[in-house]
Ligand binder design. Structure first.
Ligand SMILES: Nc1nc2c(c(=O)[nH]1)N[C@H]1C(S)=C(S)[C@@H](COP(=O)(O)O)O[C@H]1N2
Ligand SMILES: [Mo]
Length: 165
């Protein structure tokens, strides 16, 4: 192999590997439960692809959280994700990569305009940094209601699936 072709082979492998290293887990979301629209063969799950998530109207919330300094978070409203799958939601159970699960109130999330953030300060959230999806409420705008241990449990990170109840 010539040095030239070796170099282009190395460059090509880097191009393939770099995006994988940057986001080991894909930006997708599985939704099940009380939903009217599904994508799988037995009609139980709606698998939301990265392209579909990115197509939803983009909202931003600038706030600090217990774990992050004041930052701008970007992503769709939880409400719009629920609408996409024709959900009839009272509660939404959030399931995470680290096997935490917590059920939030759909109407409360809508009232606060909570978003499923995939970016923080313009950079995609990696799994090591609360990704792929982090449920964010505007804590700085409602400090008394959205601080403290009860409220903190609602800020769920590393979300991979929702169960609509
Ligand atoms: N993915 C994920 N999100 C999570 C949790 C978790 O274990 N995993 N814990 C929740 C709860 S119950 C609270 S009180 C806080 C806990 O944050 P801490 O681990 O910094 O104490 O984050 C919330 N979000
Ligand atoms: Mo908690």
């Amino acid at each position: 192999m010539t040095q030239q072709s070796l170099r282009s082979l190395l460059a090509a492998s880097l191009l393939v590997l770099l995006p994988l290293a940057a986001s080991a887990v894909p930006l997708t979301l599985d939704v099940e439960g009380k939903i009217g629209r599904t994508t799988d063969a037995d009609h139980s799950v709606y698998h939301i692809s990265e392209a579909e998530l990115l197509k939803l109207p983009v909202h931003t919330i600038t706030t600090s959280t217990t774990w992050t300094p004041k930052s701008t978070f970007t992503g769709p409203l939880l409400k719009d994700v629920l609408k996409l799958v024709d959900a009839h939601a009272d509660g939404v159970e959030l399931r995470t990569i680290d096997d935490y699960s917590y059920t939030v109130s759909a109407s409360e999330a809508e009232r606060y305009g909570a978003i499923l953030a995939y970016s923080m300060n313009g950079a995609r959230l990696k799994v090591s940094n609360f990704g792929p999806l982090f449920l964010i409420y505007p804590r700085d705008a409602y400090p008394s209601e959205l601080s403290g241990s009860v409220a903190e449990a609602k800020f769920v990170w590393q979300i991979k699936a929702l169960v609509v109840k």
